[in-house]
Ligand binder design. Sequence first.
Ligand code: SAH
Length: 247
Amino acid sequence: MIHQIDENKKVIDIISIMPEYFTSFLKVGLVERALKTGLVEINIINPRDFSEDKHKRVDDKVYGGGAGQLLMAEPILKAYEYSLANYKYKNKKHITVIMSASGKLLDSKMAEDISGYSHIIIICGRYEGIDARVTDISGGVEVSIGNYILSGGEIASIVLIETIGRYFKGFMGNPDSLKEESLSGNLGKILEYPQYTKPKILKGKSVPDVLLGGNHKMISEWRAESALKKTAENRRDYFSENNKKTE
Ligand code: SAH
């Protein structure tokens, strides 16, 4: 298949031994639309297809002992090389992300940085993880989506794509939505204010009057105040982070 060279097109290659995880992900919502319009191309590459073992094994015991199996470097690196060879377009800068519980913690800044690359290769681990030489040889960055352990990198990679996609030009229906989300305010990290839609009264609970009044200045003030209150309640740690930045 000959791929058209398009500088703006994002190519995401996901390396995973469980491609079934992505079946519905690719068929719904903004991702489905981006695939249809050609803004994004997403390929799932299965290291098992590159295994030279007659049983197509991709895992083995851990050197030095310890519980469980580890994904072997070779099938993953072959899948990785396949991805590089397929999309070595002149203008495509690639980044390799290895989903890992011991990686750097994903945040919106990191997501925005990753979204700037036009060829994004994501490697998903399983079992006890991946032979460490995959990171060394690919020069990839290990990324964790949170302080907990999942059974595999597939859901983590979906989380990553859902957040980086928001920064792709043309991905969001309304690009302004991005500006008003939590964590993107001028004051530094701040959570979003509470929002309401119809009906005005639900089980005796009314939408705050100020939001129905149409006074934009008052609405902005209420939102700023509520955002601060919410941040103080749920993420007090953001205040000290924001202060550090302005010192
Ligand atoms: N033994 C590893 C955990 C392996 S979990 C450890 O203690 O660090 C198996 C796979 O799930 C990992 O290789 C990784 O790809 C994925 N995974 C688990 N938790 C994750 C997290 N918080 N963020 C990103 N990927 C994660």
